[in-house]
Design a binder for this molecule. Structure first.
Ligand SMILES: [Zn+2]
Length: 191
């Protein structure tokens, strides 16, 4: 399985991986050139071989380009599986740009493959509109609601180098046996 970069593993901080995850990503050229198509394919392959993620952003596999992939159906409102998802229900967005946010923000606990072992309460909009390009480089304009809107916002954060630990308004949940390590890491936050 393709390695996903993480900010820490077990009880040490991964400085080099964090540096990469923290970099704002560059746009892909449109129309897509050969290298851009290769980057898209690498991300698609990396996502499809896993079943532990609802989305993945290119920087998480070390590609600092604006590409995200996510499951686009099969969730209930609070993110549980509704059993209707198949491997085909994935969507790629290239150079996504948020054009509208609507509704009252909803708080839910989120995890991230790049922040193993923790969950963070994050308030996000339940409805968003995005402009960008699909995996073939065709212009798209999309609307997402509820949990899928949340996934898209989470993955788009990665493209700016923003991680779930940056949302310090919400509680951070850490496993008891690792409390010491995370207390150190998030000195000013509740652990
Ligand atoms: Zn993530």
């Amino acid at each position: 399985m393709k390695k996903v970069l993480t900010m820490w593993s077990d009880d040490h901080v991964n400085e080099e991986e964090t540096r990469i995850l923290r970099q704002p990503c560059a746009d892909l050229p449109i129309p897509l050139d050969g290298e851009a198509r290769k980057s898209v394919k690498t991300l698609v392959d990396a996502f499809l071989e896993r079943n532990d993620a609802s989305g993945l952003a290119a920087p998480q596999i070390g590609i600092c380009k604006k590409i995200i992939i996510f499951r686009n159906r099969g969730f209930t409102r609070d993110g549980a599986s509704d059993g209707t998802w198949t491997k085909k229900d994935v969507e790629v967005l290239i150079n996504p740009r948020l054009t509208q946010q609507r509704g009252n923000q909803v708080i839910l606990s989120e995890g991230c493959l790049s922040c193993p072992d923790i969950k963070v309460d994050i308030a996000r909009y339940p409805e968003i509109k995005i402009r960008g390009f699909d995996m073939h480089g065709q212009k798209v304009s999309k609307r997402y609601v509820d949990f899928i809107a949340r996934i898209v916002q989470h993955e788009m954060d990665h493209l700016e180098g923003k991680m779930i630990v940056d949302y310090d308004e919400g509680a951070i949940f850490v496993p008891k046996k690792k409390r010491g390590f995370f207390e150190n890491l998030f000195q000013n936050k509740s652990a």
